[in-house]
Ligand binder design. Sequence first.
Ligand code: PSU
Ligand code: MN
Length: 305
Amino acid sequence: MDMNKYLDIQPEIREALGAGRPVVALESTILSHGMPWPENLGFAAEVEEAVRAEGAVPATMALMGGRIKVGLGKEDLEVMCRAEDVGKVSRRDVPVYIATGKNGATTVATTMLIAEMAGIRVFATGGIGGVHRGGEVTMDISADLQELAHTSVAVVCAGAKQILDIGRTLEYLETMGVPVLGMGTGEFPAFYCRRSGHMLDYALRDEAEAAAILRAKWELGLNGGVLIANPIPEEYGMDFDEMEGVIRTALEAAEAAGVHGKEITPFLLAKVKDLTGGESLKSNIQLALNNARCAARIAVAYARG
Ligand code: PSU
Ligand code: MN
């Protein structure tokens, strides 16, 4: 394990990694920019507890005071959740935040690259970034997809939100050689919705099968990520067509406000939240907990070897 001089790995995580015990990476953008205070603080504790309950150690990532934090203590978690002057850090922002000491929340791309630096193989999130609607013209394609192409970490998500062009996102992942596996489903889920209309090549039977696929890929020297799409639990799923209307309104608002670049995803997420109120927050929390449990079971099976 490369103990990179910029990394602050919490002792419990360092010990687990040294002993080959399961660890699950968690991102902080979902805390700082994805959920409101103080619900996010409650969620941060709950998601770590969900990972522990399955027998793995949680490692929430953030950039703080010029350090890369692998595992956050209570105080750090609170700073990230209060999100006062906390930026959104994708791959290209990392060196800037390290050099300036600014606090930053890690996106899927950044959490993956830090996980790889630390030797963590499994990561749980809510939804990934992807090809935006109109991306064939704007070239707005999330750095998350490049990271999945190159960085050897498995990402457990609930699919991608309908703010994105899900079809083109899946095409991009195919081009980049990223396996996309459905957990108990042959259809790629759309975050709040269990269905997207886009079919996958492989439906996983269970977490042990996922772990076996990860082992085969990386032992073969096929570097890069794996996307595991785990649908939202039935009882929290929302209606696809209803969501489509909400997203159209959010996209129109973004267009009217002239939002673009790294601000577009947080803008759309906030708009969707405003338009759907408490229901979407509840769904978001439940799908993320569900992904954490799934990721922990995969990490446990992977560590068993
Ligand atoms: N999609 C969601 N929730 C999120 C994000 C995306 O449904 O919280 C966040 C993740 O951190 C993701 C990032 O990595 O947004 C992607 O941003 P961009 O599209 O700017 O790459
Ligand atoms: Mn973008």
